[in-house]
Design a protein around this ligand. Structure first.
Ligand code: SIN
Length: 338
């Protein structure tokens, strides 16, 4: 790019992979914030709405799918992971932005955090208001995400989430509000950084393994092991556990009460499932804190613990773990390290 003074500057190459979501959402009225069609608008239209991205990166876009992210599948994750790995391997871009619905954005981010084999920035971005809304948050989020993806400071930090001028890490952030624009947070472990007037400032980084230090490789896979989440609650039963076993599940994340406690009726089902070779991981529905043992009776049943991962992220790690091993001590090691 040529500056006003005539100096030539080399812009970083940033590739945008678009998957849909509210950032690409379209409503009939500018005032409609909730009744809209997610994923309706294609990547070129999104980019045309933010021509300023071209001042910061040599940008190209590719449409992967146009869905509401509650419909994301393992198949789409594998497609994105293989594409991101190929783009970096072939030197086609220095950074990648993935536009995504916010509902499962943290899950896609964590999956990629574990399977991308590069230190280059991968930034997931979404919006809480459709592209057609008054004060839509998508355009500024997209501009910031592109700038972050082209920023060498964002290298080797794992997959990032950039929205609302905040930078979050894939492992710890979660969607915390159904409709507010400041929805992504890691309530106890904190933001990784801020974006101030378009410039990124980092303060924290996750010490857990990711990207190049991760042992998980998906380039040759066309499906992932089947893992379910079962949500613990008062008056729980073993019905869903038995149904999951019947359906051929290989792992169950029990989103337990408090410190991963299990209703005695569900526990009967989980013990039976474990004896059939299903891997059981206790996590918590609390949203904060760790499940790290502390309940001897459960370890005696060979139930593993999910550390501080949310149930939805524990599901991803267990599924990837099962691509490598069925050994319980190995899988527990993974939960302690990732
Ligand atoms: C979605 O996740 O696709 C819809 C909601 C959103 O993007 O905020």
């Amino acid at each position: 790019m040529k500056t006003a003074e005539g100096t030539i500057i080399q812009l970083p190459k940033v590739k945008i992979l678009a998957t849909g979501g509210t950032i690409a959402g379209s409503a009939l009225l500018k005032t409609q914030m909730s009744e809209y069609k997610a994923g309706a608008i294609g990547i070129q239209t999104l980019l045309d709405a933010v021509p300023q991205v071209k001042d910061h990166a040599d940008v190209s876009g590719e449409q992967i799918c146009q869905i509401s992210s509650n419909n994301i599948t393992d198949g789409i994750w594998l497609q994105i992971a293989k594409k991101v790995n190929a783009i970096f391997n072939n030197g086609e871009a220095e950074g990648i932005v993935i536009t995504h619905g916010t509902d499962t954005l943290e899950e896609t981010a964590y999956f990629l955090n574990l399977v991308i084999k590069s230190t280059n920035p991968v930034v997931l971005v979404g919006a809480m208001r459709p592209a057609t809304a008054i004060s839509a948050d998508g355009p500024i989020n997209l501009l910031n995400a592109v700038r972050l993806a082209g920023n060498p400071l964002a290298k080797n930090k794992g997959v990032l989430i950039a929205m609302n001028d905040e930078i979050n890490g894939a492992r710890d952030a979660t969607k915390t509000n159904t409709s507010h624009v400041n929805t992504f947070r890691a309530p106890e472990l904190g933001y990784m950084g801020y974006i101030n007037n378009g410039e990124a400032f980092f303060y924290n980084a996750s010490l857990r393994k990711h990207t190049l230090s991760s042992e998980f490789v998906v380039n040759d896979l066309d499906k992932l092991p089947y893992v379910e989440i079962i949500y613990g609650h008062a008056n729980d039963s073993r019905i869903l556990v038995d149904a999951a076993v019947e359906a051929g599940v290989r792992g169950i994340i029990y989103a337990g009460m408090g410190n991963g406690s299990i209703h005695e009726k569900a526990e009967e089902g989980l013990i039976a499932a474990q004896k059939k070779g299903v891997v059981i991981v206790r996590s918590s529905r609390c949203g904060n804190g760790t499940v790290k043992g502390g309940q001897v009776k459960y370890s005696k049943e060979n139930f593993l613990t999910g550390d501080s991962l949310s149930p939805q992220k524990a599901r991803i790690l267990l599924s990837l773990a099962l691509t490598k091993t069925n050994k319980l001590d190995e899988i527990q090691r993974m939960f302690n390290e990732y």
